[in-house]
Design a protein. Sequence first.
Length: 202
Amino acid sequence: MGLEDEMEYTQEQIDAMKAEAIKSATEGLMSKADADKIADQRVESGIKKGLETFKSKWEQDAQEKANLTAQEIADKRLAEKIKELETREHDANVRDNSLTAKSKLNQAGVPESYYSKLLGNLVNADSDVTGSNVDNLIDIYTSTKSQIEADIKAKLSKVPPAEGGNDAHAGEMTKEKFSKLDYKGMMKLKTEKPDVYKQMMK
């Protein structure tokens, strides 16, 4: 019997050898189903990890924004409180300065009717500015009053002594008496006896 006769195999033996070879070659390898399962698990794990990372970052960002918003709210409330206090202080200063200004004007002999409409422009929250404004108004009033009195006295010096007859009031007011009247007295005469005042001012 030759070598070729010894190496002859049946079909069954060949199939068995192929199966053994395939088994040996694929041993340790996973099935397609197992591979798909593992792949799905890895994908799911990756998605889960990504979601957790995103969630963590989102929560961190949300916390930072919440902290910032809280700080902004606190800053806004503080600014409003400061503004409220400043407004109260401003109004209190204006009231105090207004009272001081009125007292100063009255002591200087400035009639309320003269300064009442100007008071809003004279007074502010700054006491120094208010004081300066009031002093300027007093100076203007005093100088104007002095000039008016001087003009009246100058005109009186040219008025002849009043003679009785035409106006009964004229006999009651002489040049000498009229020249001695102060500003208020002259204004009172003008109001109460306009004809006499007019005659004296001619």
